[in-house]
Design a binder for this molecule. Structure first.
Ligand code: UD1
Length: 374
């Protein structure tokens, strides 16, 4: 059985790594890896292949950056002839990036079965490009693998039949657990001259937070107050760096580059690879983020997390984990950060099936696919 696995952007790589490993253990499965090239910088893509031992892609589509429509269209145009040539039995997509939706649509129109890993998550905020990607991908998928109970509920409410839905756990956590030995060996704390538990981590890249300078300014205002207690380390996504440099009012507390180590303020550094980032998060006192995946990783690592968004598509990180949704109001962020830092910390409860074995469950389901059926 031939399975074409699609990756495109940074948050896809740690999801595909354990799946490829699990597939390669099955002699009857022939996994192909197709990289759309949505992310292409060494720091956004290349280093993840090295860190996670992902095999070189069999096909590289080199779509690069562009508007949402252009990027989606470019993936579809370039993927279609590849799928026609390869005729895989299943196209497997992960997450919710533009490449995910584009590949799912392309495969569905060629009558190739689509498997979506991380199906059913919903923020109910259609201004988020990822929400559109999630809805469209799930609507055309044949196998919907969900990470948390809410996913199953949402899919059923959208009329997707129960026999297509599989609650398997979280492949992102498979990756975190299987690479734990590697990332505990990271020297990132020494490199950045940080002491365990004496710094925070920030990530921000959502268009709704960083593309509008007033919103970004309000977030940085809040971060600069939190950063009076200890340094905040901010590995900056390429889309955010220019906007940060143009915030003149905050240049005294924003420090750029991986050099000297101020004891307070916001240290903006280049994006980190997976192993260094996991080590940085594990030893941090608090994480402030607008990422989806980091809400899940902090839950498993037991690190307090403030999500700088109005909603989350991952509610289990709030009900079971360490996550709190605080939006973008500076006063709320500062108050919640202080509360989190001063309160005694309650150990998180691991969400059901976040046990490091989701990929094996997914492969067990896919092995039952009959390659002769269309
Ligand atoms: C994408 C995903 C988002 C995910 C994020 C993780 C969509 C809709 N969004 O957002 O869900 O959380 O990845 O990182 O798919 N750029 C570079 N180098 C790169 C990649 C991007 O410089 O390797 C710059 C380009 O200026 C580009 C911009 O970043 O225009 C945005 O990249 P894009 O892939 O469009 O979306 P992300 O913001 O990365």
């Amino acid at each position: 059985m031939k399975i074409a696995n699609i990756v495109g952007a940074r948050p896809n790589f740690m999801k595909i790594a354990p799946l490829m490993k699990a597939m390669r253990k099955q002699p009857e499965i022939q996994p192909l890896l197709i990289h759309t090239g949505q992310h292409y910088d060494a720091g956004m893509a290349g280093c993840f292949f090295q860190d996670l031992g992902i095999p070189s892609p069999d096909v590289f589509l080199e779509v690069g950056s562009g508007s949402h429509a252009m990027q989606t269209a470019e993936v579809m145009k370039r993927l279609e002839p590849v799928l026609e040539r390869q005729r895989p039995d299943v196209v497997l997509v992960v997450g919710d990036v533009n490449s995910t939706m584009a590949a799912a649509l392309t495969a569905a129109k060629l009558n190739i079965k689509v498997a979506h890993v991380e199906a059913g998550l919903r923020s109910f905020d259609r201004t988020m490009p990822e929400e559109i990607n999630r809805l469209v991908t799930d609507a055309v998928s044949d196998f919907l693998f969900v990470t948390e109970e809410s996913g199953e509920r949402h899919l059923l409410a959208e009329g997707i039949s129960q026999d297509k839905i599989f609650f398997v756990g979280n492949v992102m956590i498979d990756c975190l657990e299987s690479s734990r030995r590697l990332w505990t060996g990271s020297t990132i704390l020494e490199q950045l001259q940080l002491n365990k538990g004496r710094y925070g981590v920030v990530t921000l890249h959502r268009p709704s937070n960083v593309d509008e300078s007033q919103t970004l300014e309000r977030l940085v205002e809040a971060l600069s107050v939190v950063a009076e207690r200890f340094p905040l380390i901010f590995p900056v996504h390429p889309r955010t760096i220019g906007a940060l440099k143009s915030l003149e009012r905050f240049q005294s507390c924003l420090h750029f580059g991986n050099g000297a180590a101020p004891t307070t303020g916001i240290r903006c550094i280049a994006p980190l690879g997976y192993l260094d980032f996991m080590a940085l998060v594990e030893h941090s006192r608090i994480v402030l983020t607008d990422s989806g995946g980091i809400q899940e990783e902090t839950t498993v690592l037991g690190v307090p997390c403030l999500t700088l968004r109005e909603n989350t598509e991952r509610p289990v990180t709030v009900t079971h984990g360490t996550n709190r949704i605080v939006g973008s109001s500076p006063s709320r962020i500062v108050t919640e950060a202080a509360r989190m830092l001063d309160a005694p910390f309650n150990a998180p409860v691991l969400p059901p099936l976040w046990d490091g074995h989701a990929s094996e469950r997914i492969v067990a389901v896919l092995r039952r696919v009959d390659p002769t059926s269309t």
